[in-house]
Design a protein around this ligand. Structure first.
Ligand SMILES: [Zn+2]
Ligand SMILES: [Zn+2]
Length: 234
């Protein structure tokens, strides 16, 4: 019974991964087919660069939010909140998971958002943006996993992309793993980390959230053991 459930889980993860990849490829191919002028080509290139930069920023804001707010019982996001807290305590576990396991959650969201846009939209620039943004966000958790992987175990291409700072480097992400886990949240390339941390962007957001909603972020307090016990994380 348990084995059947596991098989269903794995099949569902592969289905999400395939749907996410298909949606991203569909956006990119449709954009290329609709790009008929040099001007549209140029705008599509700019949209791709913008998507790459915004994906890094988006992952940083999302990571900050689930690291600091909510708990195991939070609807929809509960399992991810538990997963990210567990990752702080057992950072190497992510390197033992395969890519499908690491990205299937985001792939499902990318497929759900991008598919209707792909079907309705005929603007090559918007499609280029959607394809690139969806792709970078979808694979961000794998970039994150690679930033924890010892360089000797990385595919050469991945190590080269890390060295060129195109994707998240080990040193860039290592700074996040120092308690209270309150800096270097971005996980696509980490290009925003320095500006966000030096400008106290997240600290300002935390002060605003505390003032308006009365919720202090987890990073302001010591790790709460009662929360760990409740979440089942040892
Ligand atoms: Zn974190
Ligand atoms: Zn990490």
């Amino acid at each position: 019974m348990e084995q059947t459930l596991n098989q269903h889980n794995i099949l569902a993860q592969y289905a999400c991964f395939a749907a996410g990849c298909a949606a991203v490829l569909f956006s990119i191919i449709k954009s290329l087919l609709l790009t008929t002028t040099a001007q549209a080509w140029l705008w599509s290139m700019l949209a791709t660069v913008a998507a790459y930069l915004l994906a890094d920023l988006g992952t940083g804001i999302y990571h900050w939010a689930i690291d600091n707010y909510g708990g195991p019982q939070t609807p929809i996001f509960g399992p991810q909140i538990v997963g990210f807290q567990g990752h702080h305590h057992r950072p190497m576990e992510i390197t033992k998971m395969d890519i499908v396991h690491n990205v299937h959650d985001t792939a499902a969201v990318v497929a759900a958002v991008a598919t209707p846009i792909n079907l309705l939209c005929r603007d090559p620039v918007l499609l280029a943006f959607i394809g690139a943004f969806g792709g970078f966000v979808m694979f961000s958790q794998q970039f994150h996993a690679w930033s924890h992987t010892p360089s000797g175990r990385l595919p050469r291409m991945v190590a080269a992309l890390q060295d060129a700072r195109v994707i998240l480097r080990r040193a860039e992400h290592a700074a996040h793993h120092r308690p209270p886990f309150s800096t270097n949240y971005c996980i696509v390339s980490g290009v925003w980390n320095r500006a966000l941390d030096r400008s106290y962007f997240f600290v300002a957001l935390e002060v605003a959230v505390a003032a308006v909603f009365g919720h202090e972020p987890r990073s302001w307090s010591e790790p709460r053991t009662d929360w760990w016990e409740k979440s089942g994380i040892k």
